[in-house]
Design a binder for this molecule. Structure first.
Ligand code: DC
Length: 357
């Protein structure tokens, strides 16, 4: 498995570079920052600090408004033992990956709390396991077959130094604090948050840089053999050009050719599946056209008319009259029958029913 380690400071563009390389090389990528963020969110939830966090569609400011009067005094007072126990349970519950896709992990509240969690050696040990597992058996990209995976990208702070010191390619991405604050500030604005100021973003990034660089375990620093890329004065296209040049030189053409083949195969299979779907839809449409014909009502649907009480009463009295008349007729008939019966006894009929003289 070819391993690419991408480390760097917050908001330096590591995520963008990982995603770009991931789709160019068809290497699945793992954002390890999201794993630490997932742990931080879980701890906040477990200690009821996340009550204001409701669903995944809130903007960052709305999430922060979970603490309308500012952060509680004891926000950072959760003990290390509390965090270790919580993360241990979280790790064994197998929920870390599920949490790592939640939008809430990107909230300012979580961002400020992650360094508290990420500096604990036991927490880093649990996360190490995830990172090793991922590189052995990475989660395939959409449409990709597991057996075609030949490499993985792991992105974080200590990948090239601690997790994969033997990685095939190590990149260390950075940018000036001002350039990163500007980018993050724009991200907030684009997400609908118009209240977080540039100064707040700047201060928050500065605090995180210090926490990342100065922690005792796995501090943020470039590996000796890492290629350092400063993106302060680069736009996205320049970053892509630069990264691609490095990948062609260091990873090799055969990997790009392999990725091209995989993409063509995925596109062909997607087209085949789409055609099959269209054929099935057409078949269903034919069946659906026939079905309503069979179920069509034979005549026009009866028109609703209000009940006419008069006509019901009239019909009732005609019925009563008819019944009375019937009983009268029956009486007359029975009296006539009685009169005739005596005469009948006296008359004689021949074989063919004629009255004998
Ligand atoms: O890359 P990010 O901003 O999403 O990272 C979130 C936090 O996690 C950040 O405070 C640094 C920490 N982190 C870490 O300590 N080690 C890693 N490998 C990745 C992230």
């Amino acid at each position: 498995m070819i391993i690419i380690a991408i480390d760097g400071t917050s908001a330096s563009g590591k995520g963008f570079i990982s995603t770009t390389l991931s789709s160019a090389l068809m290497f699945p990528s793992l954002d390890t920052g999201a794993l630490y963020r997932a742990c931080a969110l879980k701890v906040l939830e477990s200690f009821n600090f996340a009550e204001g966090l409701r669903d995944n569609n809130e903007t960052f400011k709305e999430i922060e408004n979970g603490f309308p009067d500012g952060y509680p005094d004891n926000f950072f007072d959760i003990t290390e033992e509390d965090i270790i126990l919580c993360v241990k349970q979280f790790y064994y519950s197998g929920e870390v990956f599920k949490y790592s896709t939640k939008k809430l992990i990107r909230s300012e509240m979580v961002s400020r709390f992650v360094p508290v969690v990420a500096k604990i050696p036991e927490v880093r040990e649990f996360m190490k396991e995830y990172q090793f597992k991922f590189a052995i058996e990475p989660e395939p990209l959409p449409g990709q077959k597991k057996e075609n995976i030949i490499g993985a990208i792991i992105e974080g702070r200590d990948i090239g130094t601690v997790i994969y010191p033997n990685a095939d390619l190590k990149l260390f991405i950075t940018a000036s604090l001002e350039a990163r604050a500007k980018r993050r500030f724009l991200d907030y604005q684009n997400s609908g948050d118009e209240t977080t100021t540039y100064e707040e973003v700047y201060e928050s990034l500065k605090a995180r840089d210090e926490a990342d660089k100065n922690r005792a375990v796995s501090p943020l620093k470039p590996a000796d053999d890492a290629i350092i890329i400063d993106t302060s004065d680069m736009d996205k296209n320049q970053v892509i050009d630069f990264i691609m040049k490095i990948a062609h030189e260091r990873i090799g053409e055969h990997v790009f050719e392999n990725a091209e083949k995989q993409k063509q195969q995925i596109a062909m299979e997607a087209e085949k599946a789409a055609n099959q779907l269209t054929e099935e839809q057409e078949d269903n449409e034919v069946e659906e056209e026939e079905r309503p014909l069979k179920m069509q009502p034979k005549g026009p649907v009866a028109e609703y008319k209000p009940i006419d009480l008069d006509s019901i009463q009239k019909a009732q009295s005609s019925l009563d009259e008819a019944l009375m008349m019937t009983s009268e007729i029956e009486n007359i008939m029975s009296s006539t029958e009685n009169n005739n019966s005596e005469e009948d006894d006296e008359e004689e009929y021949d074989n063919i029913g004629n009255l004998k003289e």
